[in-house]
Design a protein around this ligand. Structure first.
Ligand SMILES: [Zn+2]
Length: 326
């Protein structure tokens, strides 16, 4: 009996140590420091500027128009995410908008309805005057937070809309196939609710065109074969989360159906930071318990080198010219 107890105790200690290690150890970002964008000037009237704000939250703006992808700033901690109910954190949202220099937005475009993309979208829209653009599930997140119906642009198939000189096209895509929190949000979702109540609700690739230049945002590492055929983008903001966990055939297909499909000459990896940490702290990669950024980037860097595609590492808060040097 004593031996069994001792064995059980040893197992608990080993499992706890393993979990602790996996939770606290993560890839270093030093490897990517040499790939960062040079800071950009404010830009002339015709210039597009992009700021990376964590996960796949991206601010795209020219002199007169500003569009935000996702807009996730609350970033609740890991314990709260696992056991508590979640809702938008107004002070954190206000602080992030101020730090990013965002006063007015024309639109907040949500790539899918998981909490790390869509939970704050309605609050951001309410604070900035933006319309919310996204799936019927995203619309139900917005309704649950009291955003008026005339502020919603519900998208169910490929659709383009014009904001100033920015043409924004949502193209149905797929989420990375991890199978968690899939399905539709079919009624207004009133926070606080569990992280897994923010069901995916369908995913989009988002193409933002300005004149002859364009960027594509692929928020999650999934794809629909042929969906981007005939589209062009100079730069892809490519979701790389969990990509390293898939086999070579999947990664090949993902690259082909996104980067190759639009003929991009530059890739900017996104959705690699640990989004259970506040934006007041420097970004770090997700812990090994959840992802292995280096495994994803081994693939991305090798494929980019082979095909002559430039890789730039995004810097939090920094204003960048996505087309710099292309
Ligand atoms: Zn997701």
């Amino acid at each position: 009996m004593k031996k069994i107890l001792l064995l059980a105790l040893t197992l608990v200690v080993v499992a706890t140590a393993w979990l602790g290690y996996k939770l606290h150890s993560r890839p270093s970002l030093d490897r990517y420091a040499s790939l960062t964008f040079a800071p950009a000037s404010e830009g002339g009237a015709g210039d597009l500027r992009v700021s990376f704000l964590g996960v796949s939250t991206l601010l795209l703006r020219d002199a007169t128009t500003a569009v935000l992808i996702d807009g996730f700033f609350s970033r609740p901690g890991i314990v709260a995410t696992a056991v508590a109910k979640l809702g938008p954190d107004a002070p954190r949202i206000r602080a992030a908008l101020a730090k990013a220099g965002i006063e007015r937005l024309d639109a907040v475009v949500t790539v899918h309805s998981h909490y790390d993309h869509a939970m704050d979208t309605p609050a951001v829209a309410a604070l900035t005057g933006a319309v919310v653009v996204g799936s019927p599930s995203t619309a139900n997140i917005a309704r649950g937070q009291g955003l008026a119906e005339d502020r919603l642009r519900v998208v169910t198939a490929t659709q383009s809309m014009q904001f100033g000189d920015l043409r924004v096209t949502l193209i149905p895509s797929h989420h990375f196939p991890h199978g968690q929190a899939m399905g539709e949000i079919t009624a207004p979702l009133v926070p606080p609710v569990g992280a897994l109540d923010y069901l995916e609700g369908g995913s989009f690739s988002v193409l933002v065109e300005r004149g002859t230049k364009a960027v594509l945002v692929q928020g999650s590492a999934g794809f629909v074969e042929g969906a981007l055929a005939g589209r062009h983008a100079d730069v892809v903001y490519l979701g790389v989360g969990l990509l390293g966990s898939k086999d070579e055939a999947y990664r090949d297909a993902y690259w082909r159906e996104t980067v190759t499909a639009v003929g991009a000459r530059r890739v900017v990896p996104v959705h690699w930071d640990d989004f259970t940490r506040s934006l007041d702290e420097p970004l770090v990669a997700l812990p090994y318990l959840f992802d292995d950024l280096d495994a994803s980037m081994d693939f991305v860097l090798a494929r980019a080198a082979r095909e002559g595609v430039d890789i730039r590492w995004p810097v939090l808060w920094q204003n960048s010219d996505p087309f710099d040097g292309l």
